[in-house]
Ligand binder design. Structure first.
Ligand code: SF4
Ligand code: SF4
Ligand code: SF4
Length: 174
């Protein structure tokens, strides 16, 4: 099979820097973020009336009241299914489902990961429907999770599943 360039870079970066869990393919990470709801427009702050309708509509209840009353997403208990109910509830069009992708966030696994302490754990990979987490094998060590930021949708499913709270979401700057 002909090697795919992204997969090649993915493997290469892991070999060069095994501690680097997230492979960005030229995109820069921003600081940790409490994301706005998906499909937030560039005019989100102008348009959002802080009505809370998106939070009420969200079936997984991940939309909470954030700073200054604006909605934010909290993945501590659940994930985004990208059902679109929040955006459909947003009559001021602060959220707009025509935006693609819905947001630019991806998962990052930090050093408190159980694998760093020699404990075998693959829960994050098992819950990731996008198969954005793969496990790097190393002789004499437990396998380490690696996030492929290109495949990660930022759904957050791995965040609440992680038994050591080692995963957070970062925003990407194009
Ligand atoms: S429904 Fe729209 S206007 Fe209302 S809080 Fe949510 S994003 Fe803001
Ligand atoms: S897309 Fe659905 S699950 Fe995701 S935040 Fe909106 S309402 Fe909640
Ligand atoms: S945020 Fe979702 S898509 Fe990204 S690694 Fe976690 S489970 Fe997979």
């Amino acid at each position: 099979m002909r090697p795919n360039l992204k997969n090649l870079l993915f493997g290469l970066a892991a070999v060069v820097d095994p501690s680097r869990r997230n492979l960005l393919f030229g995109r820069r990470p921003q600081t940790p973020t409490a994301p706005r709801p998906p499909w937030a427009t560039a005019r989100f702050l102008d348009r959002c009336t802080r009505c809370g309708d998106c939070a009420t509509a969200c079936p997984t209840q991940i939309i909470k009241v954030g700073e200054a009353g604006f909605p934010m997403v909290d993945f501590a208990q659940a994930e985004c299914t990208f059902c679109g109910d929040c955006a459909r509830a947003c009559t001021p069009l602060a959220l707009d489902q025509s935006i693609s992708p819905p947001w630019k966030i991806y998962a990052e696994i930090n050093a408190s990961c159980l694998a760093d302490r020699g404990v075998e754990c693959r829960i994050c990979g098992e819950v990731c429907d996008e198969q954005a987490i793969r496990f790097q094998l190393a002789v004499g060590k437990v396998a380490h999770p690696l996030v492929n930021a290109e495949q990660c949708t930022g759904c957050g499913a791995c965040v609440s599943a992680c038994p050591s709270q080692s995963i957070r979401l970062l925003e990407l700057i194009s």
